[in-house]
Design a protein around this ligand. Sequence first.
Ligand code: GDP
Length: 474
Amino acid sequence: YSNFTTIDTNDSDKLLGGLLANGFDEDSCLSRYQSVLYRKPSPYKPSPYLVSKLRNYEMFHKRCGPGTESYKKALKQLDQDHIDGYGECKYVVWVSFSGLGNRILSLASVFLYALLTHRVLLVDRGKDMDDLFCEPFPGMSWLLPLDFPLTSQFDELNQQSSRCYGHMLKNQAINAEKTLSHLYLHLIHDYGDHDKMFFCQEDQTLIGKVPWLIVKTDNYFVPSLWLIPGFDDELDKLFPQKETVFHHLGRYLFHPGNQVWGLVTRYYEAYLSHADEKIGIQVRVFDVGAGPFQHVMDQISACTRKEKLLPEVVEERSHQVKTPKLKAVLVTSLSSGYSENLKSMYWEYPTSTGEIIGVHQPSQEGYQQTEKKMHNGKALAEMYLLSMTDNLVTSAWSTFGYVAQGLGGLKPWILFKPENRTAPDPACGRAMSMEPCFHAPPFYDCKAKTGIDTGKLVPHVRHCEDMSWGLKLV
Ligand code: GDP
């Protein structure tokens, strides 16, 4: 990497317009300051307000983080059911849960919640969070200490847990006079109406007093935070460009560790860096049965042809192009079939434009293996590589694709979800914004206490392109 460290990127670039803090040890996390060398500069700048909020958070995290006096004091509160008096620091613990894309999105959501509610974020490392990512905050770990007293209960936490907020509400076990020492927030896609009360202002006031929150979620719940009256002003100030929430928070929080960064950079240098244009195609098939499927292949061809992302092939090339353009196509998929098919096609026939098309797929893991470290390392490397492309095609419903588009600042073309093993028409459509979709939002009017279409309340929170009941920021 030594040739990179000598490249003189000016500081504001290297720190992504002030998004990143200065003064980290560069060697322990190469990706933090090197990412900028692999990407086009983002057209989206973080607001000065967000930058100052992050710097303040970092100081706060350092003051309250694991090992500090404040942390020890806060831990003592867990010995009792209720607390008397307040400590200096309150915490929100993110519990490792679900696939990697889901985890990245849910962690970003919980961090934003921590920023909004003045809490310290602590990360349950699960199987591999400590290997996959660098520390994002200077001088103090974000990892939950291994001896945290409630860790052994994390696996069993569910809607029926005695300290689950929704469960307590349902059973009228919440006493507003007394403040609990900890609460479990169940925000997983299968959650119920009582759990969803988390998104109501009044409930937030109550939850806000509890020093320890344990959260399990597999969702990007940011769009619904915007609908809570106590948060919306602050969110407007933090993100004047509303569709940049994950773009900025993702680039701030998720720096691949050195092993994954090696996967990213070696692949990039070998297969992508020389191309005139880079196209990413993320294929995620939710149908049962082993792929590849013909209808998905047809859909990819129809989309890339219609949107002019890739040229058509012809029987014979009529004229020679002097210096043909090289397009690199990066395909990510659990199955190797789609890229093999594209690769053969562009080998066997010339293109109508004379462009040369190179097709590359880093891995073909066959099936999801969330428990394995290298498997997740490859998944992260691939999301990252996709984010470095110029144009991106993603699959409907996939958080894997959302992460790539958000990190890259790319508005993808979404391959709509096939029904009954048939390619939809149109095959794909351009996303309204680069934000991820919240797949399981609440549809409740907290004031009127009735159901309501939360996708129709404000212009910047809308239903998603790929999931009609989902919500996203635009
Ligand atoms: P989602 O299910 O598409 O929303 O994305 P997740 O990342 O949450 O879960 C899917 C998991 O399957 C990933 O984390 C990977 O473990 C695996 N996976 C799916 N697609 C790919 C792929 O294209 N490449 C690799 N390496 N893994 C994949």
